[in-house]
Design a protein around this ligand. Structure first.
Ligand SMILES: [Zn+2]
Length: 256
């Protein structure tokens, strides 16, 4: 798809950036992205990717909008309470940018449906809120060779990382956070979450996604960014691939 006059105007502040330009914006416009989760992280991710012109967005969430979500899930309105979150967020994104295609998926993606959705996109954003989904999304991305922009946020702190198993040395999510059967899950409903924290982390996920799609800058591949909202500080750690990782290690890939 080429950029017509309207689109050149809509995306002009991107195009003015020498690193992006027309070529970078065309890559963004021609990209397809899957966002898993339409909650605190998924809202800012979808709003920024949609406003930026990512040509096709797949938004997956099986939950409905609840009054307690509205303190931070900025893509949903009070009128949307009771509606499916993917549907509600898709409507908000379309209102901002009717030039793109937004496909809501009204269920939690698992099994073949997850595999099929990951297979047709250029990049996956994990904006989910539980370990089981994060590990399932990671496995699908490694199996299909898709880049994964991962984020998590709870309380006042969060983290962002980018994984691309096709790159030598890039870890996968499992290399950093090995799956444990009895992993304690900390949920917003019990622990609380500071409203703009999910905006900070979600905006960083959108930043990493757009950089990757446009082919600019240095993404967080092989690094983990930790953000502490209370102290207003960030740390970036190098994270290596685990050579015996059961998801992305040599033995696992040969077996698969
Ligand atoms: Zn791994």
């Amino acid at each position: 798809m080429d950029l017509n006059d309207d689109l050149l105007l809509r995306y002009s502040r991107h195009i003015l950036l020498p690193d992006i330009g027309v070529a970078g914006q065309e890559r963004i416009v021609n990209a397809t992205v899957l966002i898993v989760g339409a909650g605190g992280l998924g809202c800012p991710v979808a709003l920024y990717l949609g406003a930026s012109g990512v040509g096709k967005l797949l938004l997956a969430d099986g939950d409905t909008v609840d009054l307690t979500n509205l303190q931070r899930q900025i893509g949903h309105t009070t009128a949307a309470i009771g509606e499916n979150k993917a549907d509600s967020l898709a409507r908000t994104v379309r209102a901002i940018n009717p030039e793109i295609e937004v496909r809501p998926i009204l269920e939690a993606l698992v099994g073949d449906a997850l595999h099929d959705a990951v297979a047709v996109v250029d990049l996956v954003v994990d904006a989910s809120d539980n370990f089981a989904t994060r590990h399932a999304v990671n496995r699908a991305c490694v199996a299909l060779g898709k880049p994964l922009v991962s984020g998590a946020a709870i309380g006042f702190s969060g983290q962002v990382a980018v994984f691309d198993s096709r790159r030598a040395g890039s870890p996968c999510y499992h290399c950093l956070f090995p799956e444990q059967a009895d992993e304690p899950e900390v949920r917003c409903a019990e622990a609380g979450v500071f409203s703009p924290l999910v905006g900070v982390i979600g905006a960083m996920q959108a930043t990493e996604s757009l950089k990757y799609l446009a082919g600019v800058g240095e993404t967080l591949i092989g690094r983990l960014l930790l953000w502490d909202g209370l102290q207003a500080g960030a740390r970036v750690m190098k994270v290596p691939r685990d050579p015996v990782c059961p998801v992305c290690g040599q033995a696992a890939l040969q077996a698969g």
